[in-house]
Design a protein around this ligand. Structure first.
Ligand SMILES: NC(=O)c1ccc[n+]([C@@H]2O[C@H](COP(=O)([O-])OP(=O)(O)OC[C@H]3O[C@@H](n4cnc5c(N)ncnc54)[C@H](O)[C@@H]3O)[C@@H](O)[C@H]2O)c1
Length: 308
């Protein structure tokens, strides 16, 4: 689907990934941002986009925003911080169900969705989209898998088309959650010691947010099945210990790293190694410009500068 001259509704468009995506989409499309953002994030929304303040948990409030929309890009969710929080998990599923119902009522048939490669659990890496059966480790991952299933069923039952993106960790300016963000906050409080959950050997794949949004656009424009499931990642990994070292270097402090446990997992629901295979996305002519270490370093620099 060519993203030119389209009317696109971006849920969560005031958030980290959404605000970067909207910045690109507004050049050639009419964009509506649906979000219930915190007031201090209002300035992250591109001024060429229309903003509707709605809670997607309230089905009635989204209906008017859906008129004449060609594509919904559904990014709104509670962030990864709530990996084990049950009400948030149900909320994510409810939001997705609400959107699908309102799309059906308004004859809107295209949806892109931000899923996560965390749904692979402890799968062999790099993990292809065809890997299964999926056994998520956290309630957050379970909610993403449930949303994918809902969207797939609406596509097959009601003639919709979808692009389900299984993102790696995404990093860049405006991020307000995740380990690097937490490490910066901890070091601002105590610049001499940094507590790291687990033993630091957990491996993470970090995709630059600009690569992420370019990938989303490229895949929507290229993949043409009724349900398109596509991983987006950096193609490599970085350890949590290395992320901590980069934060310490970039903050120019002399902190000692203290690991909380001898076991590799950081928290219940965490996975030890996480790396989506990106061959399918590359087959559409996309490739990430930054690797995980470059992404983390650039992200930390911008977060320190933003005073995050
Ligand atoms: N950032 C990552 O590393 C990452 C990795 C994998 C998947 N994802 C997924 O990508 C999407 C975007 O992530 P992000 O990092 O930009 O998150 P974010 O928290 O920065 O943005 C999410 C946005 O959704 C909005 N939102 C939440 N609940 C809402 C509701 N009930 N009604 C209206 N708006 C609501 C928030 O206000 C926020 O602006 C999410 O679905 C997330 O699960 C993110």
């Amino acid at each position: 689907m060519k993203l030119e001259g389209k009317r696109i509704l971006v849920t969560g468009g005031a958030g980290f990934i959404g605000s970067h995506l909207v910045d690109l989409l507004v050049a050639h499309n009419s964009v509506i941002v649906a979000d219930n953002l915190l007031p201090e994030r209002r300035k992250t929304i591109n001024e060429k986009a229309e903003y509707v303040s709605v809670s997607l948990l309230d089905r009635g409030s989204i209906s008017s925003a859906m008129k004449n929309v060609d594509l919904v890009i559904h990014l709104a969710a509670n962030p990864l911080a709530s990996v084990t929080a049950s009400p948030e998990m149900i909320g994510n599923i409810t939001m997705t169900h609400n959107i699908l119902e309102i799309m059906k009522e308004n004859g809107v048939s295209n949806i892109a969705f931000a899923s996560s490669a965390i749904i692979y659990g402890n799968a062999p890496v790099p993990t292809k989209e065809t890997y299964g059966p999926l056994k998520p480790h956290s309630l957050y991952a379970a909610s993403k898998l449930a949303c994918e299933a809902l969207i797939s069923s609406y596509c097959h039952s009601f003639g919709m088309k979808s692009w389900l993106f299984r993102f790696a960790n995404v990093g860049g300016p405006r991020l307000r959650h995740g380990p690097a963000h937490d490490f910066i906050a901890k070091l601002r409080k105590n610049p001499s010691e940094l507590e790291v959950l687990g033993d630091g050997t957990q491996l993470r794949c970090y995709l630059d947010v600009n690569d992420c949004v370019a990938g989303v656009i490229r895949v929507i424009e290229s993949a043409d099945e009724p349900v398109n499931i596509v991983n987006l990642g950096a193609g490599d990994v970085i350890s949590v210990k290395r992320i901590a070292e980069i934060v310490i270097e970039e903050m120019r402090v002399k902190a000692k790293i203290r690991f909380t446990a001898g076991e590799p997992k950081g928290w219940k629901g965490d996975v030890r190694i996480f790396q989506p295979d990106i061959a399918l996305a590359k087959s559409f002519g996309w490739k990430p410009r930054r690797n995980s270490e470059e992404t983390v370093r650039e992200m930390v620099r911008s977060l320190v500068k933003e005073g995050a």
